[in-house]
Design a protein around this ligand. Structure first.
Ligand SMILES: [Ca+2]
Ligand SMILES: [Ca+2]
Length: 291
């Protein structure tokens, strides 16, 4: 019996080690970034979360695939967070070497946008389990939302304050998200819950979905707990003061003296001074020698 219990314990431990349930928890800083698809300096002073490692997922693992899913190990994503009194901001930098544009017409015609290279954010604000999904496509065709299973399109999301900015590169893309939170009355010290999901598609329509979704968890236990922290202060460099060279003001003075050729007398005086100088120098030399 003891042997069976020991074996069961080892088995359970092995399962736990193979599928770690941890998620990275941390504090996010208060700062209002510029929504432009560029990572503001303040993000680097806040929490960073990796799609796989910080969510307890084996690297390259995906939980949903369609067709022959793209290479497991060729995608990755990191997310950074900020918040202010009105919004939560997330900057997601995605490595996706087979970027494929499904086109705006296809995006608009689909009931859900996960069949595209895109980022999905999942949030729980406050204590009651009520999730918000908010996503954006690598090529900036639009955004998509979902609250507790009810799909919300971009034309509804935008007036509510949801917004995104996308920058597309050759081997990846970056999305900056803005999620309105004023209705939850969040303040420093409060905790929100988050998971990150990445949809990776190739040109043949094969799809791999990696990360975590909150609606399948039955709670926020497996999400990352993000505590709202202190303001981030970014030092603004002092503007360089360039001292202008002082230009002397033009003073009206007497007219420039007229140059006249030296008179013979003046010439004589010059020669005389020259002779005196030579004699003096000679005298000095003599004086020095005597010493
Ligand atoms: Ca920015
Ligand atoms: Ca892709």
């Amino acid at each position: 019996m003891k042997k069976i219990i020991t074996l069961l314990l080892i088995f359970t431990l092995a399962i736990l080690m193979a599928f770690p349930a941890f998620a990275t928890n941390g504090t996010i800083g208060k700062y209002t970034p510029v929504l432009d698809g560029e990572k503001d300096e303040a993000y680097d002073q806040s929490l960073k979360l990796n799609l796989f490692t910080d969510q307890g997922i084996p690297v390259g693992e995906f939980f949903h695939s369609e067709g022959s899913a793209p290479d497991k190990n060729n995608i990755d994503a990191n997310a950074w967070f900020l918040y202010d009194d009105q919004f939560v901001y997330v900057f997601v930098d995605v490595a996706d070497p087979d970027l494929f544009d499904i086109g705006k017409a296809t995006f608009d015609s689909r009931p859900n946008n996960y069949q595209s290279d895109s980022v999905e954010l999942w949030f729980v604000f406050g204590d009651a389990f009520s999730y918000i999904k908010f996503s954006a496509v690598a090529f900036g065709h639009g955004m998509f939302g979902d609250q507790d299973g009810s799909a919300v399109a971009a034309d509804v999301l935008k007036p509510l304050g949801f917004d995104t900015a996308v920058k597309t590169g050759t081997a990846g893309y970056a999305v900056e998200f803005k999620i309105p939170t004023a209705q939850y009355g969040l303040k420093a010290g409060d905790t929100i819950y988050f998971t990150l999901q990445l949809n990776n598609m190739d040109k043949d329509g094969n799809l791999a979905v990696s990360g975590k979704q909150l609606q399948n968890m039955g709670g926020a236990d497996n999400a990352s707990a993000l505590t709202l922290g202190a303001p981030i202060i970014i030092a603004v460099p002092e503007p360089e003061i360039i001292e202008e060279e002082e230009v002397p003001a033009e003073v009206e003075g007497p007219a420039a003296p007229t140059v006249t050729p030296p008179s013979p007398a003046t010439g004589d005086i010059t020669v005389l001074f020259g002779i005196i100088s030579l004699i003096s120098a000679g005298g000095l030399l003599t004086f020095k020698k005597k010493r």
